[in-house]
Design a protein. Structure first.
Length: 256
């Protein structure tokens, strides 16, 4: 049975035989089939052993520009880097189908985040984005801020473990004050501290749509917890708040 017939027979989400997409020619044939809409795949997740180098990312980007079926793409853990992110995300400016994109743990850095967010500013369909564990830092968070201010469809954003710090949190939360669609935000593991928690506080007082917020593992301490919880007294929409592992102590717990 050839690779293409296997692809056609797979059910969603598509994660083909663990060995076929180790072979570059097989993977490239599959991606060209996606480009031509020769196969019907709505959800695509490469196998863990699949190698997505620059050429494969470029083929995937072209496929995203032309494919009229794919709605969910999971490239988590494939180390595509900033160049790969640029290839994939340039397609988002033209794609009108993809609603879910997972780029978790791909070493895209600040440059890759800039590519992703530039596409978001012009994309009108993507509703869920995961760029966690990519080392985007404060500079990458600034790109996220710009995208959130202009994008009107994204509802779920995961920035897990990106070392954005207090400055990055300030950028993201500043955008939240002007964003009217994002409902779920994950900022855990970003070392935002009490200063970052103060930015979160300001956003919560002004934002009227965010319903779920995760700021665990951020070292906000008792002072940060007090700030956030004070803001909650003036917020009427947030229903889920995660503060785990923040050294808030008894004083912080009392605020909650």
């Amino acid at each position: 049975m050839n690779m293409l017939s296997v692809a056609n027979e797979c059910t969603d989400p598509i994660e083909l035989h663990p060995y076929w997409d180790r072979i570059p020619d097989c993977l490239r044939t599959f991606l060209r089939s996606l480009q031509a809409n020769d196969i019907t795949v709505k959800h695509y997740r490469p196998s863990e052993s699949c190698l997505y180098r620059n050429v494969e990312c470029e083929l995937l980007g072209t496929a995203l520009e032309r494919n009229s079926v794919l709605t969910s793409l999971d490239l988590s853990g494939h180390n595509i880097g900033a160049a790969g992110a640029a290839s994939v995300c340039s397609a988002l400016e033209h794609n009108s189908m993809l609603t879910t994109l997972d780029l978790y743990c791909n070493d895209i850095g600040a440059a890759g985040a800039a590519s992703v967010c530039s596409a978001l500013e012009r994309n009108s369909v993507l509703t869920s984005l995961n760029i966690g564990y990519n080392g985007i830092g404060a500079a990458g968070a600034a790109s996220v801020c710009s995208a959130l201010e202009r994008n009107s469809v994204l509802t779920t954003l995961d920035l897990y473990w990106n070392d954005i710090g207090a400055a990055g949190a300030a950028s993201v939360c500043s955008a939240l004050e002007r964003n009217s669609v994002l409902t779920s935000l994950i900022l855990c593991g970003n070392y935002i501290g009490a200063a970052g928690a103060a930015s979160v506080c300001s956003a919560l007082e002004r934002n009227s749509v965010l319903t779920s917020l995760n700021i665990g593992y951020n070292g906000i301490g008792a002072a940060g917890a007090a700030s956030v919880c004070s803001a909650l007294e003036r917020n009427s929409v947030l229903t889920t708040l995660n503060l785990y592992c923040n050294d808030i102590g008894d004083a912080g717990a009392a605020s909650v």
